[in-house]
Write a protein that binds this ligand. Sequence first.
Ligand code: PLP
Length: 393
Amino acid sequence: MRRANFLKHIAQTSPAPMGLEIAGGEGVYLIDSCGKRYLDLIAGIGVSALGHNHPAVVEAVQRQAGAYMHTLVYGEFVLGPQVELATLLCSQLPKQLDNVYFTNSGAEATEGAMKLAKRVTGRTEIIAATHAYHGSTQGAASLMWPKDFTRPFHPLLPGISHLDFNCDACLERITERTAAVILETVQAEWGIRKPRVEWIRAVRRRCNETGTLLILDEIQAGMGRTGTLFAFEQYGVVPDVLLLAKGFGGGMPLGAFVARRELMETLTNNPVLGHITTFGGHPVSCAAGLAVLQTLLDRPELLAAVPEKEALFHRLLRHPKILHLRSAGLWMAVELADFDEVRRAIAGCLERGLITDWFLWNERSLRIAPPLTITVEEIEWACGVILAALGDE
Ligand code: PLP
């Protein structure tokens, strides 16, 4: 009955939904309505960095829900969970990133950052990367690539162009007319592609020369996914605007764009209330986000273990059908021959109690992004299941 009503009343986004009926979550596991346990190797697409129902997050949510839930959230009232989370977050960021605008989601963080860049520079052009994904709302979707994907929703925003990740010659296209360049620190939906460090540094320099804001999207890459709290720390560049969401809220809806105070102050006037939100930075979400960040800081062994766990995946995932394994910390794309192989592997894993997925712009790769809390034994088991799902050698 519930399944029938799911198909009848819940809007679906694909013709063949996975349709797993979720009854509970516990650590790296999701449990279905029949009591079958599934190891969640994608963590809700990189959301549950501490696993499902982490006690610190649950306790924070319950405590805040009992105190107060909602009131004006957009910088008018002093709300403890917002202030504490913003203060702790900024203490972990370079001093240029000292001011936080909370949102409900990643797409809203992207939208806010795009408006901020226009407001700060007085310019309208924005450059994104080919194969980018920054969200599905209309502004964020304007940054999307491939463009055919968004054609049914045109017209989208004008003034958007794209350059190839790691293309040196393309940097000349960043000019005095460019309000912002927006890049993922690791391209997520293109199947985990890192920029060359020299390239992203050259982008930073070109943005400085032209007065263009550099927006780095760490919506999937942030909160320890790549082994450091933020991936940009590994490149030696500091963005003008940092985008966060997904793992930031520990399972509650929360995102943010972070910039320096002088930039963010432009949103206070001309027009007053020019960028507002009813729910962004909800106190319960911020309490959850604070618990996540505090836990990651209190347990440095979680991030310290990322390279070792990443290496273990590399050692174990060897199979003639695995053509390539790209990774950035506990975030991987297992490249197979084609979409049919990927689909078969996902179904075989699911049958055996393992949740994986593919990537939006890379159907040939299997997605791995487990909770950072995954143990060595759980990795061994998960890799064994993937190999079994790929079939006999
Ligand atoms: N940016 C990146 C890199 C993402 O991976 C996503 C979501 O997958 C978004 C932005 C959009 O976030 P949301 O789905 O919360 O709107």
